[in-house]
Design a protein around this ligand. Structure first.
Ligand code: BGC
Length: 449
């Protein structure tokens, strides 16, 4: 049996990623809570992982004991600023305690300032009868977001220098305004692009504000990057559809940050202040879509995205295990922004029985190692996620945690992937022994004779 080990550079960050609404519980003052009450999600978030009740302590203990040296979490705008003219200092104090808690356990925090949720007062602001739109449809949200960012960064700067302004702006805009799965559930592609442009303005304002307050800060955002493959590479129509989807999903924010003009298949938006506003690129990578031309789908601009029949699928079919896509994503990132540090800010799979997760984990980390060997500046990896948490419109039907959770009893269940990931973090690398022990089914593929 060949023995091998794939090591990462010294100081590499290894951790998990979480988001406030998905783990805190009792977040009653934001648009997702409203969406849940309206019956638009499979389940309700309820207590979630009860972090607001204090269980972050035991979960941070778990992460630290499992060798993790970093953690990505988000703060909840609606807790910190429950009304336009009110700050909740106690909420900020709790976030300070959490970040202190990470430091005490030897973990570096990465804080996201926006992860899908908006305070109800933001969600409802604006007057559609005057054409102003609500929430992020309305450019007036930009200075409000900046104000929130300033207050929060001032309060947390003692414990954090690594910031993510906005998580997956593309998913926020496309799911809320194109597929309609996220609040406000609209289906209007022009509006989706307007929202994306306002998020870019919000990101740029936050970037500058954070640097003003903390010059040494490293600020970026997390892009959901999704490679797209034409179903039949020889078919011009499949290729055309693939290109439209690819740029529509992936390139809005990156083009805006490169040039100050956000390019989308539906037109260009000038956001000059966005040019150059990133100190690292956060990549969230989950899977690759196959795209075919399909006349029966006018609403999706005549295309269909799916996973190939032979794909290694997660239990609900939500994710196909395509590790090479992570390598492609990193290659695209370093090609687009040479020398810009890259963080894998999310990567993971839903899998309650932990049958697929060990090989998903090992194979993706192997692909990340390949990228590191080209000297591409990948600086850290945050697995999604630490503990099963509330999966948005899919409720509790999908389990992304290294640790399982029974939301009724709050009991945590240690999955085998905990130990595989702990071994990787401690070794700062992946070895053939780990693959042999946790996912022997891919051993030959990963270590051919
Ligand atoms: C989001 C997470 C989510 C994960 C898995 C990402 O798009 O940032 O909040 O839980 O995917 O669905």
């Amino acid at each position: 049996m060949p023995a091998a080990s794939f090591h990462f550079p010294k100081g590499f960050l290894w951790g998990c990623a979480t988001a406030a609404h998905q783990v805190e519980g009792n977040n009653t003052n934001n648009n997702w809570y409203r969406w849940e009450q309206e019956g638009r999600t499979k389940h309700k978030s309820g207590l979630a992982c009860d972090w607001w009740g204090g269980r972050w302590k035991e979960d941070f203990d778990r992460a630290a004991e499992a060798g993790q040296n970093a953690h990505r979490l988000s703060v909840e705008w609606s807790r910190i600023q429950p009304a336009p003219d009110r700050w909740d200092e106690e909420a900020l104090e709790r976030y300070r305690a959490m970040l202190r808690g990470l430091h005490e356990r030897g973990m570096t925090p990465l804080v996201s300032l926006h992860h899908f949720t908006d305070p109800l007062w933001v969600y409802e602001m604006g007057d559609p009868s005057t054409g102003s739109g609500r929430g992020w449809e309305n450019e007036a949200v930009v200075p409000l977001f900046e104000k929130f960012v300033r207050k929060t960064v001032e309060a947390l700067k003692e414990y954090c220098t690594l910031w993510c302004t906005i998580n997956e702006p593309n998913v926020y805009a496309l799911s809320g305004y194109l597929s309609g799965d996220f609040p406000p559930g609209k289906q209007d592609n022009k509006l989706a692009m307007r929202v994306l442009a306002n998020l870019l303005r919000g990101h740029a304002a936050a970037y500058r504000a954070i640097h003003e307050i903390q010059p040494e800060a490293r600020v970026g955002y997390a892009l959901h990057y999704r490679p797209q493959a034409p179903a039949h590479p020889a078919s011009p129509l499949d290729r055309l559809m693939r290109n439209i989807r690819y740029s529509g999903i992936n390139l809005g924010f990156p083009s805006g940050i490169s040039t100050g003009v956000m390019r989308t298949p539906l037109g260009n938006f000038r956001v000059p202040e966005a040019k150059g506003t990133q100190d690292y690129l956060g990549l969230n990578y989950y899977s690759v879509d196959t795209v075919a031309f399909d006349l029966r789908r006018p609403r999706e601009l005549f295309s269909r995205a799916y996973y190939p029949k032979e794909a290694d699928l997660s239990p609900t079919g939500f994710i196909a295990n395509i590790p090479e896509g992570l390598f492609q994503s990193i290659r695209w990132a370093q090609h687009t922004y040479p020398n810009l540090p890259i963080l894998i800010t999310e990567n993971g799979v839903e899998d309650p029985d932990d049958r697929l997760r060990p090989r998903y984990l090992a194979q993706h980390i192997h692909q990340m190692w390949r990228a590191v060997n080209f000297n591409w500046p990948v600086k850290g990896y945050f697995h999604w996620s630490l503990v099963d948490n509330f999966e948005w419109e899919r409720g509790w039907t999908q389990r992304f945690g290294l640790w399982g959770l029974d939301p009724e009893t709050q009991q945590r269940i240690r999955r085998p992937s905990v130990d595989l990931y702990a071994a990787i973090c401690r070794e700062n690398g992946l070895t053939s022994e780990m693959v042999q022990q946790y996912c022997p089914e891919v051993f030959e593929k990963m270590f051919p004779d």
